[in-house]
Design a protein around this ligand. Sequence first.
Ligand SMILES: *Cc1c(COP(=O)(O)O)cnc(C)c1O
Length: 391
Amino acid sequence: MNFEQFLAQKLDERKAQHRYRTRKVVESPQDTVIREGGRELLNFCSNDYLGLASHPDVIAAMQQAAGNWGVGSGASHLVNGHSEEHHKLEEELAAFTGRERALLFSSGYMANLGVINALVGKGDLVLQDKINHASLIDGGLLSSADFSRYRHNDMEHLEKRLKASKHGRKLIVTDGVFSMDGDLAALPEMVKLAEKYGAWIMVDDAHGFGSLGTGGRGSVDLFGLNQQQVPVLIGTLGKAFGTFGAFIAGSEALVESLIQFSRTYIYTTALPPAVAAATRTSLKLLQAAEGRRQKLKQLIEMFQEGCANLGLELMPSSSPIQPVVVGSDKQALQMANDLAQKGCWVSAIRPPTVPEGTARLRVTFTAQHTPQQVEQLLDAFEYALGSANAS
Ligand SMILES: *Cc1c(COP(=O)(O)O)cnc(C)c1O
C-alpha cells in the first residue's frame, strides 16, 4: 500500500465510524450570532463565556498595542521576546489569583505539557481524572513518570491509587471544571487526600476562570483553596478572557523552576505583546463582570428548566457548559444538523474526545445571549427531538 492509499483507508474508516471531523469556515467575529456558509446561526458552542472576545475595549487595547509594539514578539521569553506588556500581565495575573507569581505560556496545551514534564520524571507518579482534558493526559503520557487514571471524580478510587503508590513524588492533576461535562472537580476532598499522602495538586481551570468564583477567580476560589493547597494552578486565556494564551500561577520557586526547566516555555516564541496588552484589559473587565456572571447564571437556569420540560436529560453541571448526552455518534451528528436547520450551532462531541457511547451536544452559553435566543435553542431542541422520534 502506498502513502496515499494508506491515508485514504484511514480516512474511510473514520467516515464509516461517523467520526470524521470537518471544519466550518466562520465569516464573522465571535458573537452570539455568527455567519457560516452565508447563513446566520445562533452560536452555542463558543468558550467565550463573558463575550470578551469581541469587546470594544479589548479590541481597542489590542489595536493600540499593535501600534506601539508591532505584531510579533520576535523571540522566546528567555531571549528578547519578554516585553513589558507580558511582564505586567504576569504581575496582574498573580495578584488576581492570589499567588506569588504567574508565568505566561503560549497556549494551554503547551502549558500543560510543559508544567507536568518539568515537575515529575522517572520514579514519580502522575494521577489523573479519566476525563481530564487531552492536553493534561498527553502531558502525563509524555513524562517519564508512571501514569495512572482514576474514575471520574471518584475520590475513593484516587485514594486507592495513592495508598498503593511507593513513588517519590506524586502529582494529582485535574480539570477544575471538566471541559466536556461541565461539572466541578471534588477539590476539597482531593486536597485532604493530597495532604494525607504527601501528593501535589495541579488544577487546570480553563473553564472556571471568568465564569465562577468571586471576581471570576474560578473553581479554586469557589472552594476557598490557597496556594499551599493547590500549588499548581493553570488558566487559559482563550476562553472567558476572550484572547489567547495561558498562564500558570503559584509560588516564586515554582515559576522560577518552570523558567529553568519547562521545555514548552523555553523553546517557543512569546505571545505577541498586543495579545498580552489586550488580555490586561480583558482581565480588568472579567473581574468586574459580576453582572455578566449573574446573567449567565440566569440563562443557564432557564435552559435547564426548558430541558426538563422537554424531557431532555442534562449532565449535573451548573457551569456554562451544559451537555446534552445523545449516545451514538450518528444520532449526535443528526441532532446537530437538525439544530442547525433551526438556526442553532451546537457542536456534536464524539469519541475519542468523550467516552464511547456518550456522544453529546455540548451547549455553551455566554453572558451575551438573550433569553429569546435561549428560547430559540429550546425550540430547536424540540424540533430535533421530534425528528429523531419520527425517524
Ligand atoms: C481549552 C483547554 C486547554 C487548552 O488551552 P489552549 O489555550 O486552547 O491550548 C487546556 N485545558 C483545558 C481544560 C481546556 O479546556
